[in-house]
Design a protein around this ligand. Structure first.
Ligand code: NAP
Length: 486
């Protein structure tokens, strides 16, 4: 480990944040955080349990009334200061993220910037929460509509975007005046702990943000979901866990936001600009090494251009440099852990066993870390498991279609509905197809849709609720109507 890596790791708080204080877990237990490129331990953090989580909820509950009453401008300025600090420390935060999550440094830097933008965006939204004043239709009363923080909220995030998944929830919660218990992923707690430290430095009062890192996610957060002091749950993660949490949330009738799994189709029509389509396909597939809910999980290409598209994708994918993300030339890092590596390998093996052809890759990389070679499969039998399951890795399966109707039907043939990508130069087709596709987001001639100013989220089993945009803060606000007799 280099001196720079050691310095960045040493600077991160490694305890739980409860009521404004960093403290060890009540049990005294700690757990190891690994570098997925080397499979070696890089840090140990506090392993919280129910007692810690309940203490965190107690602190959030106590802080809620005062925080709700804080001037919106004050909340806004805390977010803005945090944006400035994150931006100033982008290099260190990016290195930290690469160390615990594996993505190449350039991608970590892009995520730090994306993550910080949620704070800037919501610092601007904090002072623009709308209300309404109406004369009743009968004229004998006035109807006032206001928005109040739903708070305290429980935030649960995954490992794939260790910083952005946090700021996408914490930003609007702060802007709306909600206090929080934040449980980041076990595999990537360090970025979240660094983020919490920055918010404290930015002036966030004690108890507003409480952080509980743990190896026992379900056991530790379960009692909070059943505790009447909690009023909302915002979850990003797998559909399977999301479903269980929705069920558990029924007991207290919690407000719930769910950002779940995806199976994004990437459609290429014969009239598309093929250079742009390949460029977009590389971004849609390889952003985050394919470990993204928005990752293109299947390429559907019109028959007449499929051979050309597959050849160009193969050339680009085969040329990617795989390795430890801290090294400058590396374009693809390791997968997050052995389980994810086994899953990707088994999906490829399954497709190949059914008759898929490997154009490049199709095998694990070398080293103690969790590497898988960028892979293109074409053709791929439609009964392959990867047609319906989230791959979450650097694997591009290419299928073909013969007509617009067939393309739309293939795109919609999934229980998921997060995002779809469409490449065509026909404006009418772009409108028709994007309206017919059942997803929360569509990228037309672009391979990335994430933008803090836009409402990110899915339909069907990809979840409900939106993060970012004007809609993002609404997830943290209750609407109250006051009728005044005149
Ligand atoms: P996951 O296993 O569902 O875990 C997500 C989070 O939930 C982690 O913090 C995890 O803790 C926690 N968790 C697991 N079981 C829990 C339980 N019973 N009760 C409460 N919390 C629990 O998902 P993942 O593998 O980390 O993330 C990948 C998934 O996230 C993919 O399906 C991806 O599509 C989805 N995702 C969706 C979006 C979106 O915006 N739609 C964005 C990013 C990722 P531990 O870490 O301790 O297990």
């Amino acid at each position: 480990m280099s001196a720079g890596e050691r310095r960045v790791l040493e600077a991160v708080p490694k305890e739980l944040l409860i009521g404004g204080e960093w403290r060890p877990a009540a049990s005294g237990r700690r757990f190891a955080v690994q570098d997925p490129a080397t499979a070696s331990t890089i840090a140990e953090v506090a392993d919280g349990s129910v007692a810690d989580a309940l203490a965190a909820l107690g602190a959030a509950d106590e802080a809620q009334p005062g925080w709700a009453a804080t001037a919106p401008r004050g909340r806004s300025e805390i977010l803005r200061r945090a944006f400035d600090i994150i931006t100033a420390r982008a290099d260190d935060l990016a290195l930290l993220m690469t160390l615990e999550m594996g993505k190449p440094l350039a991608e970590s830097k892009a995520e730090i910037s994306y993550a910080a933008e949620f704070f800037r965006w919501f610092s601007e939204q904090a002072v623009r929460v709308p209300g309404n004043y109406q004369v009743s239709p009968a004229g004998n009363s006035r109807l006032i509509t206001l928005r109040q923080p739903v708070g305290p909220v429980l935030l649960i995030t995954p490992w794939n975007f260790p910083m952005a998944m946090g700021t996408r929830k914490i930003g609007p919660a702060i802007a709306a005046g909600c206090t929080m218990v934040f449980k980041p992923a076990e595999l990537t707690p360090l970025s979240s702990l660094a983020l919490a430290g920055i918010l404290i430095e930015s002036g966030l009062p004690p108890g507003v943000l409480n952080v509980v890192t743990t190896t026992t996610a379900g056991d530790t957060t379960g009692p909070l979901i059943k505790d009447s002091r909690l009023r909302k749950l915002s979850f990003t993660g797998s559909t399977a866990v999301g479903k269980a949490l929705i069920e558990a949330s029924a007991e207290q009738v919690l407000r719930v936001s769910m950002e779940l799994g995806g199976n994004a189709p990437f459609l290429v029509f014969a009239d598309a600009d093929l250079d742009a389509a390949v460029e977009g396909a590389m971004v849609a597939k390889m952003r985050n090494g394919g470990e993204a809910c928005t990752s293109a999980n299947r390429f559907h290409v019109e028959e007449s251009v499929a051979t050309e598209f597959a050849a160009r994708m193969t050339e680009r994918m085969a040329a990617l440099t795989v390795g430890r993300g801290t090294e400058e030339a590396v374009e693809v890092g390791p997968l997050i852990d052995a389980k994810q590596l086994d899953k990707v390998a088994s999906l490829v093996d399954d497709a190949v066993a059914r008759g898929a052809q490997v154009r490049c890759g199709g095998e694990r990389g070398s080293g103690p870390g969790y590497f898988y070679r960028p892979t293109v499969l074409c053709p791929v039998p439609p009964d392959s498991r990867m047609r319906t399951e989230e791959i979450f890795g650097p694997v591009a399966p290419i299928y073909t279609f013969a007509s617009e109707e067939e393309a739309v039907a293939a795109a919609n043939d999934t229980e998921y509905g997060l995002v779809a990508y469409v490449y065509t130069r026909d404006l009418g087709r772009a409108v028709r197809v994007s309206e017919a596709i059942k997803t929360g987001m569509v990228g037309i001639n672009q391979g990335v849709v994430s933008n803090p100013a836009a409402p990110f989220g899915g339909v069907k089993q990809s979840g409900f609720g939106r993060e970012g945009g004007e809609e993002g803060i609404e997830e943290y606000l209750d609407i109250k109507y006051i009728g005044i007799s005149t």
